[in-house]
Design a binder for this molecule. Structure first.
Ligand code: HEM
Length: 396
């Protein structure tokens, strides 16, 4: 495809943006960037940030011009070369290797019961921690980790291992400061995950179950690909449901009128979808321009390292009315929190089933009077991954 380059506008530079401000609260920054241009060069993060809905959507639909196989990717160093950093047809082969494990039929047959059992277990532990307990540390994080451990098939690891692996691998992926300590922890997890996989594969060949590793153990997929894809799924399948759950609870507790309507109508799906539109758990992911091209009227050079900021796209006033507000009653409009195109989140059904189908209704049913702790403030944070860092609550 040839792209007409004449008449395209140059990319503005946003040298006032800092990583610290993005981490604290990126939304005022997006409000300033969006009206000026769909794309900005942001020196602090060494990327062209794409902040409008139309431009993000265009990128997701066109892997010829915008490759997921980024040069010098930290994710490849931290986790290996997974399907998330490949284009089709290579990506497609590996994506298909996941088969039906994360899809609705398997959820109904196997994982639904696991989610219910885990919600029960961690809700008991949360109650034991007593009023004032942190909903993230004592419920959302172990619940998401144990669900993922069971789905992936790591019988030789604990949910605590999964939490540590996930966090350290993600920290490696975002290690722009090249901190040797961060690399050391990521490398340790890298080795531990590989060893755990190497131990599980022969076992699961003999004792097959419904898990992802079991499905992969019988396929002619290179071991390196299995290892990289599992690490990517550990990094991508734990924090996101944890953060989606935390943000939804926080938003509902701050909007009692909306909470009443959700409780009344069992509208957990509305509460969840609006929450991940409002605060996308993965707010930015990378792509690379394969040629000089025009994106939404702006000239993007070949080799440009792009950051697709779905968090900014999800609050684009061109698409969402009153976008800064959390509003479970807004007309359903497709948000981009699960990405789009060929890399659309493979775990979206798992996330919805575990958070919407089990955790949210159970939490509010078993903790009547759930409310924010007036003595300990809730804290949100994060840029590439964003969610509640602390969510102390009371009940009864
Ligand atoms: C609310 C929860 C979640 C959110 C917001 C989310 C978001 C995303 C996004 C934005 C992408 C695309 C990234 C890109 O294109 O570079 C993605 C990909 C992916 N996600 Fe999720 N995710 C969630 C939960 C999960 C869960 C629970 C799992 C696994 C059990 C999972 C597994 C994956 C995998 C394997 C991919 C790679 C797909 C591919 O490359 O084809 N995700 N996710």
């Amino acid at each position: 495809m040839t792209v007409e380059l004449t008449g395209a506008r140059p990319v503005p530079v946003a040298d006032w943006v800092t990583i610290a401000d993005l981490y604290r609260d990126p939304y005022p920054i997006y409000q300033r960037l969006r009206p000026e241009s769909p794309v900005h060069w942001v020196p602090a993060v060494n990327r062209y940030l794409v902040v409008r809905y139309a431009a993000c959507h265009e990128i997701e639909q066109d892997q010829e011009r915008f490759s997921a196989n980024e040069t010098g990717s930290l994710m490849k160093r931290a986790m290996g070369h997974s399907m998330l950093r490949k284009d089709d047809p290579e990506h497609d082969v590996e994506r298909r290797s996941y088969g039906g494990v994360l899809r609705p039929k398997a959820i109904k047959q196997h994982w639904q019961a696991v989610f219910e059992e885990n919600a029960e277990t961690y809700l008991r532990r949360f109650l034991d921690a007593g009023p004032g307990a942190d909903l993230i540390e004592h419920f959302a994080a172990p619940y998401a980790a144990e669900n993922l451990r069971r789905i992936l098939g790591f019988r030789n690891a604990t949910q605590e291992d999964l939490q540590r692996w996930s966090q350290t691998l993600i920290d490696g992926t975002g290690n722009y400061g090249d901190d040797p300590e961060v690399w050391a922890k990521a490398e340790r997890s890298y080795r531990e995950v590989d060893e755990a996989i190497d131990e599980m594969l022969p076992y699961l060949r003999e004792h097959p179950d419904a898990s992802l590793l079991s499905g992969l153990s019988g396929l002619p997929i290179p071991l390196e690909a299995v290892r990289a894809n599992l690490k990517m799924t550990i990094g991508g399948g734990l924090n996101e449901p944890r953060d989606a759950l935390g943000t939804t609870v926080w938003a509902l507790l701050r909007h009692p009128d909306q909470l009443a309507s959700v409780l009344d109508g069992g509208r957990w799906s509305d509460a969840f979808e609006e929450s991940i539109r409002w605060v996308a758990p993965i707010s930015m992911y990378p792509r690379e321009a394969t040629a000089d091209t025009v994106l939404d009227g702006v000239l993007v050079p070949r080799g440009a390292r792009l950051g697709v900021v779905v968090a900014a796209a999800n609050r684009d006033p061109e698409v969402f009315a009153d976008p800064e507000s959390y509003d479970v009653d807004r007309p359903r409009q497709p948000h981009l929190a699960f990405g789009g195109g060929n890399h659309f989140c493979a775990g979206a059904w798992v996330a919805r089933a575990s958070v919407v189908g089990v955790a949210l209704p159970k939490l509010f049913a078993e903790l009547p009077g759930l409310r924010l702790d007036p003595d300990a403030p809730a804290v949100a944070g994060g840029w590439v991954f964003r969610g509640m860092l602390r969510l102390p609550v009371r009940w009864g």
